[in-house]
Ligand binder design. Sequence first.
Ligand code: NAP
Length: 240
Amino acid sequence: MEGYKNYDRKNSIHMHPSVVVNVAMSADGKLSTRERRQVKISGNEDFARVDRLKAGSDAVMVGIGTVLSDDPSLTVKNPEYKAERQRNGRPEHPVRVVIDSEARTPPGSAVLNKGDGMRVVAVSERADPERVRVLRTKATVIVAGKTEVDLSRVLDELGAMGIRQLMVEGGGTLIAGMVRAGLVNEIYTYIGSIVIGGKDAPTLADGPGWTRETDFARLTLADVARMDDGILLHWAVKRV
Ligand code: NAP
């Protein structure tokens, strides 16, 4: 997959990428502490699995909440995976995508600076033009949506760039938005052997949630595996 940068929206036949959500949660279903401090939930085996999943993806997406609290680089870590990507004519790291209505992504953040490869920041029309101008020096900026980012339109654009496999790393607010928009195909949930607690700690699908049973996302359990000192669940999202 080459030439993400020079994509031509009008002339390309494209479709939404296939979306795989990956999260690690505590035994009580929390993704981090209530102050949104990152916690080591899984172990080496799961880290290796997540790195492999990332290396197999064309793009990795996070919400601005995760960028501000964790400052992740979203890079592939294993040198063998990086070399394999390069042998296949791809950049070492997948395209890194931030969902950020107000263009708050810090220009010095790891996601915009660490490792080679393309970055995309998706903002809404309410983003401050000066901040957008600065972000354009570091990333391709997609403007989609009036007040919050229109995730379906972002996936249209990513599809037009040739992105077929998109990994979503969280957090809970972005995942909820992706589920609500019907954009998620698969979910990997690693459940680790700690209890974090706190009713305000992030979970897999935050935001307002759903109240009508007909609105709940329905899943099919595709696989279960013991891993490190926890369990990995692989879910497929049912199409209704
Ligand atoms: P988040 O999901 O990373 O980002 C959410 C933000 O994205 C929203 O607040 C909103 O901010 C923006 N956004 C724009 N358009 C959106 C849309 N259509 N739908 C949803 N969001 C949209 O933030 P978070 O929920 O605060 O999660 C961060 C926490 O999750 C951190 O504590 C981090 O450590 C944790 N985390 C854990 C894992 C894990 O696997 N354990 C993985 C990732 C993150 P604006 O309005 O400003 O745009």
